[in-house]
Structures are given as C-alpha cells and as structure tokens.
Design a protein around this ligand. Sequence first.
Ligand code: ATP
Ligand code: MG
Ligand code: MG
Ligand code: MG
Length: 462
Amino acid sequence: MSGNEIRELFLSFFESKGHTRVKSASLVPESDPTLLFTNAGMVPFKNVFLGLEKRPYKRAVSCQKCLRVSGKHNDLESVGYTSRHHTFFEMLGNFSFGDYFKREAILYAWEFVTEYLKLPKEKLYVSVFRDDEEAYRIWNEEVGLPSERIWRLGEEDNFWQMGDTGPCGPSSEIYVDRGEEYGEERFLEIWNLVFMQYNRDEKGNLTPLPNPNIDTGMGLERIASVLQGTKTNFEIDLIKPLIDFGQEISGKTYGENFEDTVAMRVIADHLRAITFAISDGVLPSNTARGYVIRRILRRALRFGYKLGIREPFLYKGVDVVVEVMKDAYPELLQTRAFVKGVVKAEEERFLHTFRNSMPVVEEFINTALEEGRRFLKGEEVFKLYDTYGFPLDLLEEIAKEKGLSLDMEGFEREMEIQRERARQNFKIQTKEVQPIYQHLKNIGRTSTFVGYEQYVAQSKVI
Ligand code: ATP
Ligand code: MG
Ligand code: MG
Ligand code: MG
C-alpha cells in the first residue's frame, strides 16, 4: 500500500466511524506561543481539549504535519541513526472531545490495524500504564490479546500530560515485532492512544474529568515501512525519491557504507522539514523558529559536504519533496518557487562561509586527534567563530562525531579578551583617530565583517 493510500484509508476509516475530517494545520502553532512547531496531531485541538474552544463536531480525524526539533520532543540528532525518527513526519490521529472513550479507541485501533491494514495479529504487542486496569482488561478480554503480549509500563512511557497542570492521563501503545535482527529497535512503536481522563491541579492532585477525551497518534512513515516491508522509514515510497536524489547528486550509493547512508537520510529528512516549514511561512533567520530552520538547512548542507557536494543543491531537492507530497498538500505547488528561492539564497550564503572554514575545522580536529586531546581549544573555537563565522552548534556536532568536545571556558576567555580589546580601541580611537588608523595600515591589519554569523551563534535557540 502506498503512503498516499494509507493516509486516505485512515481518514476514511474514521470518517465511517462518525469522525469529521480536519485538514492539517500549519507547522506554526496558531494558538500556542509556548510551542515553536506543531509536534503532534493534538496541538491544533489543544483549546478544544481545554474547553476554551467549541467545534461543530465531537469526533475528528486528521493527518497532521509535525516537526520534532525543539523542546520536549527533539529528534533532530536521532535522524538517520534510528530506523524510525524524522524531524518532519505526518501523524495520523483520531480524536474524541468528550464523546467516546477508552473502549472504542482501543477497538477502533485494533480493527484498523488488523482488518484494514491486515497486520498479522501474532506480531502485535501493546503497552498500558501500570495502574490502568481498565485498558488492560479491554485488551485482554475484549480484544483477546494474551497477557504476555500486554506490557505494563511506568509513567515515563505511558502517562501523558499537556503540561505541569491541566489534562492528562494514561496511554496505551501498539508495537509491531519486526524480528530479532532489529536488536534494540525490534519492537516498533506505531500508534499511541492517549486517554485524557484527569485534570492535574497546582498541587499535583488528579481529578477525573467529567467528559474524558481521546487523542491518538500514528506515524504515517512508520506504518508505511511496516506495510511496504522496508528496513527503515527512509525507503518507503514517500521518502525514497529523496534518497535517490541524494544518490544522484553525490554519485554515492545508499546502503553501501554507514556514513554515506546516514548523510543521505539526513538530507532527505531535512529537505522535507525545510520545504514544509518555509512553505508554512517560516523563513531562515536569527530568531526562534527561523533559526531552527536555518540550523536544519545548514545541517543538511554539511551532510551534503560530507558526501562531496560543494555546490548549492538543496533547492533542487525541494522539487522532489513537492512532487511526492503535492497530492496530499497542494499548497506546496503554490509556494514552490518561493521556497526554492529562499533555500537557494540561504545555501549560497552559507556555502561561502563553509568552504572557507571547513579545511580549518578539519585541521583543528586532526591536530587534536594527533595530540591525543579530547577537545578543541578555546582559541581554536574562538577563531572559527570570530574570523570565519562558523556556527558553534554545528562545530559542536562535527567535533562530537570525532569524540571531541569544545573548550567553552577557554572560548569565553577569548571572548572577554576581545571585548576588552574593543573597549581599549574605542578609547584610543575617540582620542586620536588619525594615528590609530595609520598604525593599523602600517601593520597591514585588515578586517572581515562576521556580524551575521556571530549573531547567529550567540542567539542559540532550543
Ligand atoms: P518513540 O518512542 O519511537 O520516539 P514517541 O513515543 O516519542 O516515539 P509519540 O509522542 O507517542 O512518539 O507520537 C505518536 C506516534 O508518532 C508514535 O507512535 C510514532 O508512530 C510517531 N512518531 C513519533 N515521533 C516520530 C518521529 N520523530 N518520526 C516519525 N514518527 C514519529
Ligand atoms: Mg520519541
Ligand atoms: Mg515511545
Ligand atoms: Mg509514544
């Protein structure tokens, strides 16, 4: 079954169960300033769950664009290394606002997974919250799952809360057994059912909600990988064209060696993230959301660099994302030219910095490794930052891959020295402008403007 078919099947299945189909909201949460990006299907319904907003329906179904790159849910650094994590992904979800509850939610999920998707029952496992006898009983007695296939887990995995106070409740997750060869990732979590049945007050007390809610989320890419029998999410029909794009542009082969494979996955993932985010109006910038997008774009460029790509290329990948996703998200067609322009300009700007500084980064790293040092010196970090405008978060990641950290205390000392020098210069300059310029000229001192890059590195967000 194709990704598009699974999405449609989910939406129409729940429509047939009296749910209203609701279009995906923007990646920029409309009514939640505390959240940088929509990171779950329930986000656009938050105020409905809180009773602050009324909708003309009590059951809804959606396929929501999600981005998990900040705050509580940040999967950025897992991308490419696990089989199942993306920054951008689509979450299928059904919701009940004070209408049906636990029993129906479980029975609908089971019916969909076993009768519509036809997953073999013997490969399915579920988890319930330790104390949730009701959920345990439904799975065990009504669905007929034997007790050894129902795991009781603790709060960490199976208790959901909106915030420190407010709606919360136990959850239950459905897993697919992919076989021993998957090791740690053998049991793939595909669907999370949240039973919002309590309200938590400031003191931490739980009171039952008069009309409990249902919020569920299933990752479209994960379920597609199960149905399409791919090893990871990256080979499903919705993503593979982007892997092919990476192969084509780099001339490398996916699956041949680990590093190149990870790089192609990261590029495929990040291309989806930046295309959808920019299409939703988030422009690369130095503040909050824009900085996250800038960071993702630069990260993709850096993985491209690892593959030997030295020219702007991401803007061409935008076309691939649009081609694959346009049926489900026709708005991508309207914004395509704009998104490509933004991506290309950003690529050109950063590649310039990057080409100049990468040889220096590599030299510093190699020296550290030769000397048996586990960190880059403060003055080296400072030089990259100050002279080359190299973003510190990216430097930290690159160093980490080689087992090195950054000496940030040393870096701070260098910053202080520079600040002091600037103060002195200012004093001298205001007194005797002419001689100091003459002096600088005599010693052949030139300067480079690195303000853009410095500002970026300082306004580290997340
Ligand atoms: P995991 O434990 O695998 O990180 P999760 O428990 O963090 O997943 P939930 O917050 O329960 O995930 O989200 C609901 C569903 O969304 C998951 O069951 C999964 O199918 C999907 N999902 C979550 N995070 C990602 C991601 N980074 N990429 C792709 N799909 C995801
Ligand atoms: Mg997670
Ligand atoms: Mg989980
Ligand atoms: Mg979960």
